[in-house]
Design a protein around this ligand. Structure first.
Ligand SMILES: N[C@@H](CCC(=O)N[C@@H](CS)C(=O)NCC(=O)O)C(=O)O
Length: 351
């Protein structure tokens, strides 16, 4: 992505201070690590091991061999003895970092829940991961799609994930946009009326997830009442999560989300059959393969690999993608390590 004129720059010292404050919300310091052998890396990532959007960014960082400071955040709220424990990415310091980055987006806050998380179609969610800091450029960047494109632009070696040739690049970006609009929120959080194959532990977490999120966000809005920008951010998030709560058990909504995903996979089958996507096992590995790879692993984890039972090209594509070391580590292994066990994911790995 070319560095645009609207890029919001900050001094390295200012960013270091803000990042330090955001890091302070991470309860277990063992989740703050250095990836690579640079003790003072150019990049710092706030993310979550389990998060699909974070997995996309980490896969790109892996492909590029880039060193970074990794802040693996807990993105679920929990009930403690003294009341609600907010997720770490809801902390005021982290949200302040997102608000800086959000100024580049030229988008209003999210105002509704659709089950999708695309910034372009839904607006800016100030309370999510991932977020990247580039200390050399003095920039904070949000939105996985933008972060991935940014990293590809600043570091062209050892693999270039977006090629220079305009037509091929446009096709890769078309795939990236398609994946960005998959209703992943609906598929992860929602209760499907017919065949809900999510792990039981996950289902039981999802029974109260929205209540916990809203309670935590209300408390944070009240505690930061003297900071209008933070309050507006928390209020926007409350609106979105309240929408999710309403449709969590809505059979029509859940069926539509799954059907939409089915349709996108059918479209992918046609694209692959026409061989207009580069092969993921060769030099042509692209950002499209990164985002499809991460998302197909997630669908498999949720027990939705049956969606490509009748799609032989997609099935072959999955088989090739799961061999890629970056996807094995950052999508498959990270999901195994951070999410409740799913026999469907195990089946994918042992194939
Ligand atoms: N468009 C954003 C979406 C970010 C997003 O929705 N992140 C999810 C994890 S994949 C999250 O942080 N969820 C926790 C929450 O909503 O509280 C991106 O691609 O970065």
């Amino acid at each position: 992505m070319p560095v645009d004129n609207t890029a919001v720059m900050a001094s390295s010292e200012q960013l270091m201070n803000m990042a330090g404050a955001a890091r302070a919300a991470i309860v277990d310091p063992a989740r703050i690590t250095l990836v690579g052998d640079d003790p003072n890396p150019r990049f710092e990532l706030f993310h979550a091991a389990s998060s699909l959007c974070s997995q996309k960014v980490r896969t790109v960082l892996f492909e590029k061999g880039l060193a970074y400071r990794s802040n693996d955040m807990i993105i679920l709220c929990a009930m403690g003895v003294d009341g609600i424990i907010p997720a770490e990415h809801y902390s005021p310091a982290y949200v302040r970092l997102r608000l800086i980055a959000g100024r580049e987006l030229n988008q209003d806050f999210v105002t509704r829940y659709s089950g999708r998380t695309s910034v372009e179609s839904e607006g800016f969610d100030p309370c999510v991961v991932p977020l990247l800091i580039d200390y050399e450029a003095g920039r904070v960047i949000v939105d996985s799609k933008r972060i991935c494109c940014y990293l590809d632009a600043v570091s062209r070696e050892p693999v270039q994930l977006l090629c220079d040739e305009p037509q091929a690049r446009a096709e890769v970006m078309r795939q990236v946009e398609i994946v960005d609009r998959i209703p992943n929120g609906a598929l992860l959080y929602g209760f499907h009326p017919d065949a809900d194959r999510r792990p039981d532990i996950l289902k039981s977490v999802m029974e109260t997830v929205y209540e916990c999120k809203i309670m935590a966000l209300e408390a944070l809005a009240a505690a930061n009442a003297d900071d209008p920008a933070l309050v507006a951010a928390y209020r926007a998030k409350i609106v979105k999560e309240s929408g999710g709560k309403q449709v969590r058990h809505d059979a029509d909504f859940q069926r539509a989300a799954r059907q939409h995903t089915r349709d996108l996979l059918a479209e992918l089958e046609h694209t692959l059959a026409a061989q207009s996507l580069p092969r993921p096992d060769g030099n042509g590995f692209s950002l499209g393969d990164v985002v499809w790879g991460v998302n197909l692993v997630r669908l498999a984890y949720l027990g939705l690999a049956s969606l490509w039972d009748e799609l032989p090209n997609v099935a072959r594509y999955v088989d090739a993608l799961v061999q890629r070391p970056s996807l094995r580590k950052e999508a498959i292994q990270a999901s195994i390590d951070s999410l409740p066990p799913s026999g469907y994911l195990d089946a994918l790995v042992t194939r």
